[in-house]
Design a binder for this molecule. Sequence first.
Ligand SMILES: [Cu+2]
Length: 160
Amino acid sequence: MKKLLALAVLATLAAPVHADTWKDLKNSAKQQASDKAAEAMGVATPAPAGAKVYFIEPKDGATVSNPVKVVFGLSGAGVAPAGFNKEGTGHHHLLIDSPTIDYTQPLPATDQIKHFGGGQTETTLTLSPGKHTLQLEFADWKHQPFNPAVESQKITITVK
Ligand SMILES: [Cu+2]
């Protein structure tokens, strides 16, 4: 609790000066403090009710050529840029060839875990010829999977 109070004080000092009332300032400090605490403790955000992610493209089992266009589908939630903590939103991550995921931490950025923190809803990939798996992981403002996870079916494609 002491730590939270200290965070609240720090956040108050760092709050934007254009907030025009003490109440705004206080609410902003509270939000920033709870954001910082949630980030530090790896607190998973509750999944937006009914949220679903799925591939619009490519289809499961498809044979495709490079560059591979991938289009992300989402329903029951909104897309927001990373770092922007707004209820009911998150951003897309693409998991390539089944990386192991730690659901209690923000997702790292690797060759197998691509972040779309700008709020993008499609991408193109260049993959080696052969079979690959793709899965979408929709995650919160701090890149951490929701609880329960909002993830697509894992699809398999063959690259020519
Ligand atoms: Cu991310």
